[in-house]
Design a protein around this ligand. Structure first.
Ligand code: GTP
Ligand code: SPV
Ligand code: MN
Length: 593
């Protein structure tokens, strides 16, 4: 039975039913009974495997097709009426053509199958910062993941009432044919269509498709921001909490930073980190003139490899009940999971991520990976030991600092601060990072990834920069978040990371907050404010101030090349590049003269 009488929804649903022709239609009401039935069915059909009930209660295992393990950026389209509105960094298709292509692919594809209708809220149900979507899907995996990643069910429909302000999402698994895989956003229609995939970022339509691509476009029109940013709260020994939003490209450390455990010395003094979000922020000016952020999600879709007790205790703890594991390896002796970096003991009696039975240690010794590099866990936020008490706050948390960052073996120092808002926008707009396994394609190639939004901005990238500049104009400089850049990934000539990273990133956050509070000086350089090495707390680290200086240095020759690269990059955007960013570039160049 339909969970709403909203005519805009029922009419749309009728059209979808006519198109994909399911055997039956099931509304997801959000009840545990219904979800449990669906889990049982998934286990019965073999789509999911139930894991060890004592060690991983309520946890399921799933593997996707080997050619369907990551986002597909060259098959992700922005279907705005005008090509110019998608801009030079997005793939574009004219909407009429795209609808026809997608309808031809999806037509009758649910035949003999169930259509699940998922009403979901991005953000706490009923919050003024939240938005609602409906996803229809023929995948149980999608239903169970959406039930973790978003707030679902009847209460969402009640909150929406008769409103037409909701995002239409159609997902059709079809034959999971990579040649006909398309992830299409129609920003002007509030619509998303995804066909021929069953991998997270392509099919959990609330996440990247809605909460970033569609929402960034809505934000531009409505005066707010949707960003690829974690949100963390840093509590000092006096119990005051300051909030930071940080944007790093996919698989560059957001989940890890959001859940970090401070080094021993900090812990003893009483510092704590609280997680509000690990991937996406929706940000809006509050009545007091400060920017406030909510995390629109309700769970974590995190990278498994590299996650362990030490690197990210809180993420690991979050996966211990009611989680879904995708494309990791299985330990057949105790029916649990394993991935590279979990511990040093690959299971002997193992099933690698594609399902072949192997001797784990031998298999790894031969240079193979047991888990896919982009294997993931889907974990309920409530499991997280350091979840912020503000997680459900409908008004969000006030932001003190924005942090941009990426993977750069050379060039970018450990941390620096922009001179002001507009310069900060320049720093974000021109950031670059090495590509990772989170998207199909080459790994380790440096590319520009403005604000970590390259694959996620739903409109013209230069208009998005302009939106950032415009937001800045509405903010009192005293209340505007300060903007920083970090790089945990500098490498020495032997290819070793020069900064310990993970929990020790707290030392950098400490400096950032001190800068926000005006409590510490900094060195003015060609690129912005860089810390004096004495001001980064190295207590308890096997690292000298001289070691630190090496990752704080600004190499003028490299930066001159960088400035030339930025100038060349801007050419792509023609006269749409905001004047403020051109000015920042000119300043950078003259500083480096
Ligand atoms: P998405 O979910 O794809 O958006 O990724 P993310 O930005 O949340 O990245 P995540 O925190 O999952 O980290 C990705 C990889 O980077 C993992 O393998 C981590 O172990 C590694 N990583 C995270 N933080 C650090 C760090 O400070 N230093 C180093 N060297 N590696 C890190
Ligand atoms: C990312 O790739 O940035 C992710 C995973 O967070 S996905 O949901 O696939 O987009
Ligand atoms: Mn992400």
């Amino acid at each position: 039975m339909a969970l709403t009488t909203n005519k805009t929804i029922l009419d749309w649903l009728d059209e979808q039913i006519k198109l994909v022709n399911p055997k039956e239609v099931v509304w997801i009401d959000g009840s545990e009974e219904q979800l449990e039935k669906i889990r049982e069915e998934a286990v019965k059909t073999g789509e999911m495997i139930k894991l060890n009930e004592d060690l991983l209660p309520g946890c399921l295992y799933h593997r996707t097709k080997p050619d369907d393990v990551a986002r597909v950026e060259d098959r992700t389209l922005i279907c705005s009426k005008k090509e110019e509105d998608a801009g030079p960094t997005n793939h574009w298709m004219e909407p009429t053509k795209a609808y026809k292509m997608l309808y031809d692919i999806a037509r009758n594809s649910y035949e003999g199958r169930t259509m699940y209708v998922i009403p979901y809220s991005m953000g706490p149900v009923g919050s003024p910062l939240s938005k609602i979507g409906i996803e229809v899907t023929d995948s149980i995996y999608v239903v169970l993941n959406m039930a973790i990643m978003t707030r679902i069910g009847k209460s969402v429909m009640d909150a929406l009432g008769d409103s037409n302000d909701w995002v239409r999402g159609l997902h059709a698994k079809c034959n999971v044919n990579a040649e006909e895989r398309w992830i299409c956003q129609f920003p002007e229609d509030n619509a998303i269509i995804s066909v021929n995939s069953a991998y997270g970022g392509n099919v959990l339509l609330g996440k990247k498709c809605f909460a970033l691509r569609i929402a960034s476009y809505q934000g531009k029109n409505e005066g707010w921001q949707a960003e690829h940013m974690l949100i963390l709260g840093l509590e000092n020994p006096q119990g005051e909490v300051k909030y930071i939003c940080a944007a790093f490209p996919s698989a560059c450390g957001k989940t890890n930073l959001a859940m970090l455990i401070p080094p021993e010395g900090y812990k003893k003094k009483g510092y704590k980190v609280w997680t509000v979000g690990d991937d996406i922020s929706w940000i809006r000016k509050g009545p007091d003139g400060r920017l406030y952020a909510i995390n629109p999600e309700n769970g974590f879709f995190g990278v498994a490899p590299g996650t362990n007790e030490k690197s990210n205790y809180n993420a690991l703890a979050s996966t211990k009940k009611g989680a879904i594991f995708t494309n990791v390896a299985r330990n057949l002796d105790n029916n649990t999971v394993w991935w590279e970096g979990l511990d040093k003991n690959p299971p002997v009696n193992a099933e690698e991520w594609k399902g072949a039975k192997v001797n784990g240690p031998d298999y790894v010794a031969e240079g193979n990976k047991l888990a896919h590099p982009n294997s993931r866990f889907t974990a309920p936020a409530v499991n997280c030991p350091c979840l912020s008490s503000e997680f459900e706050n409908p008004n969000g948390v006030p932001i003190s600092a924005f942090v941009f960052g990426g993977r750069r073996a050379k060039l970018a120092p450990l941390v620096y601060q922009s001179r002001d808002w507009n310069h900060g926008v320049f720093v974000g707009a021109t950031m670059a990072s090495e590509t990772t396994a989170a998207a199909a394609g080459a790994v380790g190639v440096v590319r520009r990834d403005p604000m970590a939004m390259l694959p996620f901005c739903g409109y013209h990238m230069a208009d998005y920069w302009q939106h950032w500049i415009d937001i800045g104009k509405t903010l009192d400089p005293d209340k505007a978040p300060k903007i920083f850049n970090v790089n945990w990934f500098r490498k020495d000539d032997e290819g070793n990371f020069m900064w310990p990273g993970f929990g020790d990133n707290m030392r950098v956050l400490d400096w950032i907050i001190q800068r926000c509070e005006g409590k510490v000086d900094a060195k003015e350089t060609e690129i912005g404010y860089v810390p004096y090495s004495k001001d980064i707390n190295l207590e308890g680290l096997d690292m000298t101030a001289e070691d630190l200086d090496k990752i704080l240095d600004v190499d003028k020759d490299l930066w001159k090349e960088e400035a030339d690269g930025i100038e060349e990059y801007f050419v792509k955007f023609g006269d749409k590049v905001p004047a403020e960013l051109r000015e920042s570039l000119a300043t950078l160049k003259s500083n480096l003269e």
